[in-house]
Design a protein around this ligand. Structure first.
Ligand code: GSY
Length: 157
C-alpha cells in the first residue's frame, strides 16, 4: 500500500444551505485529518452573486492527484452541482490545492492550484490550518497585500 501523503482541498458554496453542504461533503472524505475555520467570503471572479462559505481541509491520503480530482468531482455531483455559468454560483466547488510537495501538470489538473495565491478565500483558511506553508516554495507569489476578496472567519464549521 502506498504511503499516505499530505494534501489540501478547498471547498466553497454559495447556493442553498452553505454550511450543511460543506459539513456533508467533509463527512464523505474519510482521509480528512483537519478542517479550517469557516469563512464567509466575497465572491471573486466578476459575476454578481451571493457570498460564499469557504473552508480548506487537510487530508492524509494514498490517492493519486488525479484520483483526488475524481473525488472532488464526485463530491460536487453528490451536492447536485450543475456546471453552468463559469465563475457563477454553485452549491459546491472542490479544488485540489496542494499535494505533498509536488507539482502536477496534467491536461485537467494543475497543482498547486494556479490561482490560489491570489485568493484570500483560499489562503486565509489554508494558513490557519498550516501556517508553516507561508514559507513554501509552492506558494511563491502570495502577497497578503494584493490577494483579492474580503474574508471573515465566522468560527468552526
Ligand atoms: O473557485 C471556487 C469557486 N469560487 C469562489 C469561492 O469558492 N469563493 C469565493 N469567495 N469566490 C469564488 N469565486 C469562485 S469561481
Amino acid at each position: 500500500m502506498a504511503k499516505p501523503v499530505q494534501a489540501f482541498l478547498g471547498l466553497g458554496s454559495n447556493l442553498g444551505d452553505r454550511r450543511a453542504t460543506l459539513i456533508e461533503a467533509v463527512g464523505e472524505v474519510y482521509e480528512v485529518v483537519a478542517v479550517s475555520p469557516l469563512y464567509e467570503t466575497e465572491p471573486v471572479g466578476g459575476v454578481e452573486q451571493d457570498a460564499f462559505y469557504n473552508i480548506v481541509v487537510e487530508l492524509e491520503t494514498t490517492r493519486t492527484p488525479l484520483e483526488l480530482l475524481d473525488l472532488c468531482h464526485e463530491l460536487e455531483q453528490a451536492q447536485g452541482r450543475v456546471r453552468d455559468v463559469r465563475w457563477g454560483p454553485r452549491t459546491l466547488d472542490v479544488d485540489v490545492l496542494l499535494y505533498a510537495d509536488q507539482r502536477v501538470d496534467e491536461p485537467n489538473l494543475t497543482v498547486p492550484h494556479p490561482r490560489m495565491v491570489e485568493r484570500n478565500f483560499v489562503m486565509a483558511p489554508l494558513l490557519d490550518l498550516a501556517p508553516g506553508l507561508i514559507d513554501s516554495p509552492l506558494l511563491v507569489g502570495y502577497d497578503p497585500e494584493t490577494a483579492v476578496g474580503t474574508v471573515a472567519n465566522i468560527g468552526p464549521l
